[in-house]
Design a protein around this ligand. Structure first.
Ligand code: SF4
Length: 425
């Protein structure tokens, strides 16, 4: 296939973004030109998400746009929606290929081979290798995939069906990728997976992998993306205390602030265990930023239970939260549950929690005023350089120096639009 052009787009989670970056490298290595959507590509590859109803809607919206602007473009839908919906997706406009999560790594060969159709098989539970680099030239921070799949089967979640069983990336393969990324000048690696804390390969567990990565280069920050509460323990606190390059940032999904709903959700912890863990962390690392995910309107969530969640989140040492409105997913166990919550009520409750999040996040940011933080700068917008602290606080500052991909000390001066304004320290 000569002179073909391709656009790769990613929807949903950090793991999808990491895989898309890898696929871009795979196409580049094959000499295929990657272009933007407005250059009328021959092929568009969309790495889809199906975690909520909105994920499915976003793909349909994107396909309508492609159909209006580039009628002859062929589309490959890859990833989670393809795994669940298979041939149904071939009916959507421009779609020529439907490629599942196991076959995704062969996307280049499938689309360049030209054979259209459904390529969705069973997902293996074996450890995996990644043959292409995780380097993402579009971003300063690189998502390093270490794990995939999940065996927990929380009642609301479609992910174990879409992503398959928990499996880990080969340890040596991760270290080789990480060394090469550090060699390319990458200053921050974000460990990415579906259920990170369950990592295990050749007797090496998540902590051992993490410590090896932290020791590779003391100037490379390591961040962990979302991690399940029951998969981590006190050892993580030891690593934070020992390694200054381990970002003081923890995203620990809580999903509900009541034991009644946590039990229905089949989560593996009680609110007391969760609370005890985050309080221990905050008491030992007071400046750590703790964030969470919460689902609003799970079946059986009464007004009183919702109020309990609001009360818990208001008082817990949690600095921000992402609010998800419950939506019924095919295959997820909770689709059969009684006592669904009315959609209008879910919207009302979501707004209450989003409001509370904004207040708590503003408090966290105001507390940062006057502090000196090291900031990794990623891009310039207008006159402002934009970067993030290790706590994942967005910082803007004006400077004539080229700060891209530099970690610089910044004095934080003010809060503006949920971000901080600083000056070089
Ligand atoms: S831990 Fe639960 S919520 Fe997270 S991916 Fe697994 S089943 Fe889904």
């Amino acid at each position: 296939m000569k002179n073909k052009t391709v656009t790769l787009l990613s929807q949903g989670c950090r793991l999808n973004h990491s895989e898309t970056a890898g696929l871009i490298n795979d196409f580049r290595n094959a000499g295929i030109e990657e272009v933007s959507m407005d250059q009328n590509p021959d092929i568009v590859i969309i790495n889809t998400c199906t975690v909520t109803e909105n994920g499915d809607k976003d793909t349909q919206k994107l396909l309508r746009k492609i159909n209006q602007t580039c009628k002859n473009t062929k589309v490959a839908l890859i990833g989670c929606q393809s795994q669940i919906k298979k041939a149904q997706l071939l009916k959507l406009p421009n779609v020529q290929w439907v490629i599942g999560n196991e076959e995704k790594k062969n996307t280049k060969n499938i689309v360049l081979g030209g054979e259209s159709g459904v390529h969705v098989g069973k997902i293996s539970n074996k450890p995996f290798f990644q043959t292409y680099s995780s380097f993402d030239p579009r971003h300063t921070r690189v998502n390093l995939k270490i794990q995939d799949g999940c065996d927990f089967y929380c009642a609301f979640c479609i992910i174990p069906f879409a992503r398959g069983p928990a499996r880990s990336r080969n340890f040596d393969n991760i270290i080789e990728d990480a060394r090469s990324l550090i060699g390319l000048g990458v200053k921050e690696l974000v460990l990415t997976g579906i259920n990170l804390g369950t990592y295990e390969n050749s007797g090496i567990n998540f902590y051992e992998l993490l410590e090896t990565l932290l020791n590779l280069n003391l100037n490379t920050r390591i961040r962990i993306s979302s991690i399940e509460p029951t998969t981590i323990g006190g050892k993580l606190i030891e690593l934070w205390e020992k390694h200054p390059n381990f970002c003081r940032y923890l995203h620990l999904p809580i999903q509900s602030g009541t034991n009644e709903i946590l039990t229905l959700m089949r989560r593996k912890y009680s609110i007391e265990v969760y609370d005890d863990y985050i309080k221990t962390i905050k008491s030992q690392l007071p400046e750590i930023c703790i964030g969470t995910d919460v689902i609003v309107g799970f079946p059986g969530e009464t007004d009183a239970l919702f109020e309990k969640t609001v009360h818990y989140l208001n008082n817990a040492p949690i600095d921000y939260f992402h609010v998800f409105s419950y939506s019924e997913r095919t295959m997820a166990h909770s689709r059969k549950f009684e006592h669904p919550v009315d959609k209008k009520e879910i919207k009302r409750r979501s707004e209450i929690l989003r409001h509370l999040h904004a207040k708590k996040w503003a408090d966290y940011l105001h507390n940062e005023i006057g502090k000196k933080r090291s900031v990794l700068f990623e891009q310039k917008k207008g006159d402002d350089w934009i970067g993030s602290t290790e706590h994942f606080v967005k910082v803007r500052l004006k400077s004539n120096e080229n700060l891209k991909n530099n970690v610089v000390n910044v004095k934080l001066k003010d809060v503006r639009n949920q971000e901080m304004v600083g000056e070089l320290a």
